[in-house]
Design a protein around this ligand. Structure first.
Ligand SMILES: *[C@@H]1O[C@H](CO)[C@@H](O)[C@H](O)[C@H]1NC(C)=O
Ligand SMILES: *[C@@H]1O[C@H](CO)[C@@H](O)[C@H](O)[C@H]1NC(C)=O
Ligand SMILES: *[C@@H]1O[C@H](CO)[C@@H](O)[C@H](O)[C@H]1NC(C)=O
Ligand SMILES: *[C@@H]1O[C@H](CO)[C@@H](O)[C@H](O)[C@H]1NC(C)=O
Length: 360
């Protein structure tokens, strides 16, 4: 019994010695290898740096105090390889779908709205709007995404960073392109493809007040968007409702796909509540931020262009307010930097891709 144990112990000791020697040999070659190239060490260091900078932005920090160091951090984040995170994406999709449901309610359709249905306004100060049969007949049947899955989406803001960006081709290669406020399009910087574009009722009142009687100029103006849906915040106020309905009628019948659609106010209200619950403090979400949220729910992957709410770019050059003009926003309505920090958070989590630099 005892002898057998002794034999066992000897055998185990021998085995351990062999393992130890093997380990030493492996360690020796490993160290030699790394010292020869040095690349891996550098890779490890930069990977660590990227993990750290992603962590910095994935926790929401409420304020930007020093623009210079903020810009440097953002540049550092963008120099790290983008890491898509399917779990985070699906989590966001599920959260947004259960709160707000753009999939079934982004805008009014014959399917999601009934004749005589009472539609709330975005603000509770106005009485509900009752859907009538005449308007119901002019609503689209269904959403394009109920027929085809939206793979890669590009959400194209109007920020000055897009000027001379050369991003047109990249944007046009997306499956679904969202734009804002009838922004001008051109193939070099912002691309031409447009599937959904917002129209601000104030743009109609300013330039096309008589569109219903004389639709020519407005038709001409929007014909550049080909087959897009023009989406209007018809239930922000009764004036918006009148303007949106007259725009819809001016551009009727749809030709062949270009048509006017109305944001569903219950969707926008739900999204507003969702973000207030998550700590966003602006008076109203910007339309850009709203439609990025819709895209996060509808698209497999979301690429965001032209969102940079500061007047100095990452190369420390001054940028105009928009890629097409330099007219600033009304102050105090939106909370752009706050929303932008959420976009950085999404980017660092791998839930969407922010493009802040020129395209190659
Ligand atoms: C979204 O709305 C549709 C239509 O009302 C409904 O069938 C679906 O269950 C809703 N989705 C969620 C996640 O609430
Ligand atoms: C609008 O209708 C909703 C129910 O759909 C109701 O709760 C709300 O009080 C109505 N609002 C007004 C201003 O009439
Ligand atoms: C509009 O759609 C039609 C058919 O769906 C297509 O042939 C045409 O190329 C599209 N036009 C634009 C400008 O995208
Ligand atoms: C596209 O738009 C940008 C920004 O407005 C402008 O600088 C550029 O010259 C335009 N390019 C073309 C081909 O129109």
């Amino acid at each position: 019994m005892l002898q057998m144990n002794m034999a066992n112990i000897k055998w185990i000791l021998k085995l351990l010695t062999v393992i130890l020697i093997l380990n030493c040999v492996i360690l020796f070659y490993y160290i030699r290898e790394r010292n020869i190239s040095g690349d891996e060490t550098r890779n490890d260091v930069s990977q660590l740096r990227c993990t750290k900078v992603r962590q910095t932005f994935s926790v929401y920090t409420p304020a930007i105090t020093d623009m210079m160091s903020f810009s440097e951090k953002v540049s550092e984040l963008l120099s790290c390889p983008y890491k898509s995170n399917i779990i985070q994406k699906e989590l966001n999709r599920a959260l947004l779908r259960s709160c707000c449901n753009a999939t079934d309610y982004l805008y009014l359709t014959k399917q999601n709205t009934a004749v005589h249905q009472k539609l709330p306004y975005e603000s509770d100060v106005y009485p509900n709007y009752t859907m009538n049969e005449a308007l119901h007949n002019l609503l689209p049947e269904a959403f394009p995404w109920s027929e085809r899955r939206l793979g890669r989406c590009a959400v194209v803001g109007s920020g000055g960073i897009l000027k001379n960006s050369n991003c047109g081709r990249e944007i046009d290669s997306a499956d679904y392109v969202i734009r804002f406020n009838m922004a001008p399009i051109n193939n070099s910087d912002v691309g031409l493809k447009t599937d959904l574009i917002t129209v601000n009722p104030s743009q109609i009142l300013r330039g096309y007040r008589n569109a219903q009687k004389k639709p020519g100029p407005l038709m001409q103006r929007v014909s550049v968007y080909g087959n897009a849906s023009l989406i209007m915040p018809a239930f922000a106020s009764p004036l918006n409702t009148r303007t949106s309905i007259s725009t819809l009628k001016a551009l009727w019948p749809p030709s062949p796909q270009l048509r006017v659609v109305f944001f569903s106010s219950s969707y926008l209200k739900a999204l507003d509540h969702f973000w207030k619950d998550h700590g966003l403090k602006g008076r109203r979400l910007s339309t850009g931020f709203m439609l990025i949220n819709s895209a996060l729910e509808l698209c497999d992957h979301v690429h965001v262009y032209g969102f940079w709410p500061f007047d100095i770019n990452l190369e420390k050059q001054t940028v105009p307010h928009h890629y097409f003009d330099n007219i600033g926003p009304k102050v105090g309505i939106h909370s752009m930097p706050e929303e932008f920090l959420r976009l950085l958070q999404f980017h660092s989590q791998g839930a969407l891709t922010l493009h802040l630099q020129p395209c190659s």
